[in-house]
Ligand binder design. Structure first.
Ligand code: FEO
Length: 172
């Protein structure tokens, strides 16, 4: 049985994950409009991953007999002038998500809720990857600057990203 505090905190995290999904979908729309389909693809995959993160938390609440409560999703930005701007915004956002996951982890520990803490371990590791991939792309786009051929090449590279179901949903 989950405490009401943990239940409310996980519901807040579900909202944060859907907000993240909405943010990345907005970035995908921005780069579709800008003719950078590879970058749009990268953000579309990111959008799907964030939906999956929300689903993992939802499944956890279901498995504990707790109630999922979906709240309104706040508005997101709609314009990013360059890919570098978008990936910088991505890193800033992922650092905030890392802080939220860490707070949840600390809450679970303080309540001696070890099942919730264990479930959160996957997210702790996932956030390391999220920040690393955003930083890598910031580095690449910084390196190529305004070089059109560089942006074209990187856009093609990002077109290859495919969505893979996260292991907690794939049942691994
Ligand atoms: Fe759900 Fe990008 O962390």
């Amino acid at each position: 049985m989950l405490s009401k505090t943990i239940e409310a905190a996980i519901n807040a995290q579900i909202n944060a994950e859907f907000w993240s999904a909405y943010l990345y979908l907005s970035m995908a729309a921005n780069f579709e409009a800008d003719g950078k389909k590879g970058i749009a693809n990268w953000f579309n995959v990111q959008f799907k991953e964030e939906q999956a993160h929300a689903q993992i938390f939802m499944n956890y609440l279901y498995s504990r007999g707790a109630r999922v409560l979906l709240k309104p999703i706040e508005a997101v930005d709609t314009e990013w002038a360059t890919p570098l701007d978008a990936f910088k915004a991505t890193l800033t956002h992922e650092k905030k998500v890392t802080a939220l996951i860490n707070e949840l982890y600390a809450l679970a520990e303080s309540e001696h809720d070890y099942a919730t803490r264990e479930m959160l371990t996957w997210f702790v590791n996932e956030q390391v990857e999220e920040e690393e991939s955003a930083q890598e792309l910031i580095d690449k786009f910084t390196l190529i600057g305004d070089n059109g051929f560089g942006i074209y090449t990187l856009d093609k590279e990002l077109a290859a990203r495919v969505y893979a179901e996260p292991s907690p949903l794939a049942g691994e």
